[in-house]
Write a protein that binds this ligand. Structure first.
Ligand SMILES: NC(=O)C1=CN([C@@H]2O[C@H](COP(=O)(O)OP(=O)(O)OC[C@H]3O[C@@H](n4cnc5c(N)ncnc54)[C@H](OP(=O)(O)O)[C@@H]3O)[C@@H](O)[C@H]2O)C=CC1
Ligand SMILES: CC(=O)N[C@@H](CCC(=O)OP(=O)(O)O)C(=O)O
Length: 309
């Protein structure tokens, strides 16, 4: 029998993207709740308990509530919110994190989907820590720009409807100025770095796409690290992946500029190792769609692993 899949929050930004990816599939039964009942806890409870897998596309508190409503019924969860990303009992839904991670996701009852910025940062950092190139206490800095859909329905409305009192008119703005962005804990937990990274995100006036930059001083890394060495470490780690691509050093050196919309509409992520060979600096850049590999694409990838598809 096809597994029953319920998307709690199916009418939100992430939920709708997942519905679009799953509609028409015959290997699953996609459950759907009437839109006017989406905030009724009793209706949600019934759907959550009847599902084989529930994909939570909700704010953190509502996601915790959904888990409490149905975990004892054996429902398996993919939570797209921040609520469980550093929780030791939840499998982290970044299948390329290590060679065991896809199997861990496949057998888990609880899977936490990574944050969009975290996906880029962890994709760049985790292999370097695991392979001993980046000391755990390296002072990591992460600078990023995201499309505005990363802020969900509310930010989309603020960016697209100039008549609102809270309309945002800027073409680009910096935020998380207190350096307390919600993705920092999962970046620490899932890369193995011990020193809290400085994370400076920004939003641009484009809907989907993102660039995550990690600039590095090579002389503060372990051993005689070069651009080629970093490139080799990332290429080895992601060899054979159809989802994570490491651009060649030649492509990165000739790029000149990178467009955050490059992978818009895809569920892939592309990593660039930039800089000048022979110098002491590198800039590692991850390019992805915040709603693709940064959210809904990753959720569907995790679902496929969980149902053995
Ligand atoms: N947008 C992105 O790029 C990413 C988002 N995420 C995460 O995914 C989750 C959803 O985000 P996003 O889709 O952007 O948010 P949206 O605001 O677009 O959608 C949230 C959905 O949740 C519903 N909802 C809110 N509160 C409750 C509640 N108490 N009970 C039931 N339903 C509720 C909303 O209903 P209503 O329509 O009534 O408001 C809406 O449909 C968040 O945790 C977010 O952090 C993760 C990665 C990337
Ligand atoms: C542009 C923007 O506002 N982005 C969101 C993060 C989007 C994301 O990855 O999602 P989670 O909310 O699931 O962590 C933010 O910075 O809070």
């Amino acid at each position: 029998m096809a597994p029953k899949i319920f998307i709690d929050g199916e009418h939100g930004t992430t939920g709708l993207q997942i519905v679009n990816r799953l509609t028409g599939r015959t290997d699953i039964e996609l459950m759907s709740m009437p839109a006017d009942q989406r905030r009724d806890p009793e209706v949600r409870k019934a759907f959550l308990r009847d599902a084989d897998i529930a994909i939570l596309c909700l704010p953190d508190d509502a996601a915790r509530e959904s888990v409490a409503l149905a975990a004892d019924a054996g429902t398996r969860f993919i939570d797209a919110s921040t609520a469980h990303r550093s929780h030791p009992d939840w499998a982290y839904g970044f299948a390329e994190l290590s060679k065991d991670q896809a199997a861990r996701i496949a057998s888990a009852q609880f899977v936490s989907n990574p944050g969009c910025y975290s996906t880029g940062a962890i994709a760049l950092l985790a292999p370097l820590v695991a392979q001993g190139l980046l000391p755990a206490d390296y002072p990591v800095t992460i600078n990023a720009v995201s499309g505005y859909t990363g802020g969900g329905k509310q930010m989309i409305a603020q960016m697209e409807d100039a008549s609102r009192d809270d309309a945002i008119t800027a073409p680009h703005f910096a935020y998380a100025l207190t350096l307390a962005h919600k993705h920092v804990p999962e970046i620490i937990a899932r890369t193995g770095i011990s020193r809290r990274p400085i994370f400076t995100p920004a939003v641009g006036r484009f809907a989907q796409g993102m660039l995550v930059n990690v600039p590095l001083h090579l002389d503060l890394m372990t051993g005689n690290v070069t651009l080629s060495g970093i490139h080799a470490a990332l290429s080895n780690h992601y060899e054979g992946s159809g989802i994570v691509e490491v651009a060649s050093l030649e492509e990165a050196s000739k790029a000149g500029r990178l467009d955050p919309e490059e992978l818009k509409g895809t569920d892939r992520i592309k990593l660039y190792v930039c800089g000048t060979e022979g110098t002491d600096q590198a800039n590692l850049i991850a390019s992805l769609d915040n709603l693709g590999k940064g959210a809904s694409g990753a959720a569907v990838q995790n679902l496929n692993l969980m149902i053995g598809g």
